[in-house]
Write a protein that binds this ligand. Structure first.
Ligand SMILES: C[S@@+](CC[C@H](N)C(=O)[O-])C[C@H]1O[C@@H](n2cnc3c(N)ncnc32)[C@H](O)[C@@H]1O
Length: 264
């Protein structure tokens, strides 16, 4: 059955449940500076959805510019209402939404490209993923970084639902299908609103779950000189504390999220 959520509710719930644009912008800025010793100014946000990250990017520094790329006019439209409209006139001049394919964009070369919330998992075979990574590599300035995220761990391949309670909202992340031969998988997001009504399959994703070593191999094959993996620290209860640090090994906990930085 079609969700009865309004578009405003759909994207409000999504962003509250899965996004933290402020900390992602800070993370990319800090890591870029640590790697190259200077500030990055230009960002291309691939698969940008509402472009929340691009809007934060231009907000935090008056020299910064961003291009948000997405094929779908729906999230772009919501992004204009929810984020872009809140920018100042000068910030707006430094942020553009491009309703384009990430494989062929009209954005210029940039310091940073990011692809978050596992969106590049739409590329299900090696040839297509390599083509995308090569395109990103060519889109970066001489000193550039491609940031992407990944989740894995033994629990992430089981047909189970992870539940998170937020203020007046429950978020469900369900693995509906996982093929161990191909890693083809289907994940869905459901919400229960504050009136107790459940909205099923508000977002569904048909992906290939890529593993860390394969991704690093393909990134190197695409021409990146080095890849850095960031692992999340623990809080007192043993849950993730939201702080990601470079690492070379870690405990393969039940389910984990990590970032990869691929350097030009
Ligand atoms: C999982 S959502 C991620 C949105 C956002 N990056 C986030 O972190 O929440 C994936 C987005 O990728 C877009 N998309 C899928 N294939 C694309 C392509 N080839 N080029 C551009 N955008 C694409 C979809 O329209 C969708 O908005």
């Amino acid at each position: 059955m079609k969700s009865q959520l309004t578009l405003e509710e759909k994207y409000d719930y999504y962003e509250r449940a899965v996004q933290n644009p402020e900390s992602e912008v800070l993370f990319m800025q800090d890591e870029f500076k640590r790697i190259y010793g200077h500030t990055p100014y230009t960002l291309r946000e691939d698969f940008c959805g509402t472009g929340a990250i691009s809007c934060k990017w231009v907000e935090q520094n008056k020299e910064c510019e961003a291009w948000g790329i997405d094929l779908d006019p729906e999230p772009i439209g919501m992004g204009k209402t929810r984020h872009y409209s809140k920018l100042t006139k000068l910030q707006k001049e430094r942020m553009r939404y491009l309703q384009e394919n990430v494989l062929k964009t009209s954005a210029p070369k940039v310091d940073v490209v990011c692809a978050f919330n596992f969106s590049y998992w739409i590329f299900k075979n090696r040839k297509d993923l390599l083509k995308y990574f090569k395109y990103v590599r060519r889109s970066l300035n001489k000193q550039g970084v491609f940031f992407l995220d990944i989740f894995a761990g033994p629990e992430s391949q089981k047909l189970i639902t992870d539940t998170k309670k937020l203020n007046g909202l429950t978020y469900y992340w369900e693995c509906q299908h996982f093929n161990p031969f191909t890693h083809d998988c289907t994940f869905a997001i459901h919400f229960r609103d504050k009136k107790g009504k459940k909205h099923e399959n508000v977002f569904t994703y048909h992906w290939r779950m890529w593993m860390m070593p394969e991704l690093r191999d393909i990134l190197h094959e695409a021409g990146f000189s080095q890849t850095v993996v960031y692992w999340e620290g623990d809080d007192e209860d043993g849950n993730g504390n939201g702080e990601f640090k470079p690492a070379v090994d870690a405990e393969n906990c039940d389910a984990w999220v990590s970032y990869i930085a691929a350097l030009t």
